[in-house]
Ligand binder design. Structure first.
Ligand code: PMP
Length: 402
């Protein structure tokens, strides 16, 4: 191809998502898939959306719904988000909120806003693959964020300087992370704020799964803890990224960012340059559905996903041989399995697809340093309990036969 030598250096770090490539292979009949981290489409509030779209397309609203709109986002939706954020302890106003096209877009903008080539982004090992994809384009260096590990700030700083840049942010999903399902406790969140203060860097709090808690006690968002400490969101370094993808529907591509006003103002400029604004009609429809159905819909989702999580945990304990470990998530969609040392997740997947027709995601892709070969990610969101039990039984068989 004559043009590939003309691509910018950043293109060399963009590669096809292994997960997306994998998902393409799974459209075969008979496969039990624990691979995709997606909501169960049977749980979409489809009727509520049909009604909402009919409403926003009626003669009173259609001109607005089909027109360009402001980059900051649809005002009533931002108002709803301000109220929702207040409920989880984040005191902010409308100018602290930007509507994005999914929270994925916020991650891209934050990479673009903070990272010069060679700067350091602190991430978990493993971390959300989409965050790596978003940040990679801005040519950062990654360092492992170790909360509570007593690694001094000066150590992170020295390594960043040696690489020719600064630590710009720490990125994490504090609730039911993708891929591990794990939650950072309050102490960890406080320690992270301390570390970010010492490093003088931002915190990107990815809250994509935050509403999906099934048991245990909710931990306040990092942004809420930071506001409590510093008195106002304007003093805070945390940027909170929310999403309707896991609660209402991902296809509409509506998410949001909440941060100090100067950060939001800068993100608005990025949005003006990138796509002007998120889809007006989708924002209007999601506002109606959120206002009228969010509070009744979320408990229904939680009940179904909780049963599926329980079924998977139960099946793992019955069918996995000794030496296999897994996380016990209090919410979200994922269980993270660590296989015996030396067992390879990718090889296991190949065998599993071949003989048992069970799919999952090998864990190595989630590690910026290429480690984690003996890990796999299981998603319980899209299968009913008997299917989960059968799939884990077959998986146990494959692991046992090595
Ligand atoms: N963050 C995490 C941790 C995710 O798992 C996802 C979706 N897989 C996203 C962000 C992006 O979601 P969306 O853009 O649909 O809001």
């Amino acid at each position: 191809m004559p043009l590939d030598r003309k691509f910018a250096t950043r293109a060399s770090r963009m590669k096809a998502s292994e997960i997306r490539e994998l998902l393409k292979l799974l459209d075969q009949p008979g496969i039990i898939s624990f691979a995709g981290g997606i909501p169960d489409p049977a749980l979409f509030p489809a009727e509520a959306f049909a009604e909402a779209f009919a409403n926003v397309l009626d003669p009173a609203h259609q001109a607005q719904a089909l027109q360009y709109s402001v980059s900051e986002g649809y005002h009533p939706l931002r108002r709803w988000i301000v109220a929702e954020m207040a409920r989880i302890g984040v005191d902010c106003d409308i100018d602290n909120v930007l509507i994005t096209s999914g929270s994925q877009q916020a991650l891209d903008y934050l990479g673009k806003l903070f990272l010069s080539p060679g700067d350091t982004a602190l991430i978990g090992w493993p971390t959300y693959l989409g965050a790596l994809a978003a940040f990679n384009a801005y040519e950062p260096r990654y360092d492992q964020l170790s909360i509570n590990a007593n690694r001094p700030a000066s150590d992170y700083q020295a390594a960043a300087q040696q690489a020719g840049g600064q630590v710009k942010f720490a990125y994490l999903s504090a609730d039911f992370a993708n891929p591990t399902g794990e939650t950072v406790d309050r102490r960890g969140r406080e320690a992270l704020i301390d570390l970010a203060d010492e490093l003088d860097c931002a915190v990107i709090e990815d809250a994509a799964y935050q509403s999906l808690r099934y048991d245990g006690e909710a931990v306040p968002p990092i942004l809420a803890l930071e506001i409590a400490r510093k008195g106002s969101i304007e003093e805070c370094r945390t940027v909170y990224c929310g999403s309707f993808s896991k609660t209402l529907a991902p296809g509409l591509r509506v998410g949001w960012a909440v941060a100090a006003k100067p950060v939001i103002a800068q993100m608005v400029l990025l949005k003006q340059a990138a796509d002007l604004h998120s889809s007006t009609i989708n924002q209007m429809a999601i506002t109606r559905v959120a206002e009228e159905h969010f509070d009744t819909h979320i408990p229904k989702l939680r009940a179904v996903y909780q049963r599926r999580r329980d079924a998977m945990l139960d099946a793992l304990s019955r069918h996995m041989p000794n030496g296999v470990q897994w996380t016990k998530p209090e919410g979200g969609m994922f269980i993270w399995v660590t296989l015996p040392a030396g067992m390879d997740g990718a090889a296991l997947l190949a065998r599993s697809l071949d003989t048992e027709k069970v799919a999952f995601v090998p864990g190595q892709a989630f590690f910026a340093d290429g480690s984690g070969a003996n890990t796999i990610r299981l998603s319980f969101s899209c299968s009913d309990e008997p299917t989960i039990n059968e799939g884990i039984r077959r998986l146990g068989e494959i692991v046992r036969t090595g």
